[in-house]
Design a protein around this ligand. Structure first.
Ligand SMILES: [Zn+2]
Ligand SMILES: [Zn+2]
Length: 75
């Protein structure tokens, strides 16, 4: 059974889902992905990256856990 990317319709064996539009997308459609914490991963597709509001949310989410990590490291 093959899966297809919900954005470019390419066949994929493994997909990630965008955290902002919930579509299952392939590597090519991911604009950026990052580890937000040990358990969660943030993925944003190229379409959502073009949306300034979503891009802002992505960046805000990314920097928040980082600040927390720094705060605990300094204790
Ligand atoms: Zn794709
Ligand atoms: Zn998206």
């Amino acid at each position: 059974m093959t899966l297809s990317c919900e954005r470019c319709k390419d066949e994929v064996f493994k997909y990630l889902s965008c955290d902002y539009c919930s579509r299952k997308i392939c590597n090519n459609c991911i604009k950026s992905s990052a580890r937000a914490s040990k358990i969660s991963r943030l993925v944003i597709c190229k379409d959502c990256w073009g949306d300034l509001k979503k891009r802002e949310r992505y960046k805000n989410k990314l920097t928040l856990p980082l600040k927390k990590a720094v705060a605990t490291a300094n204790r």
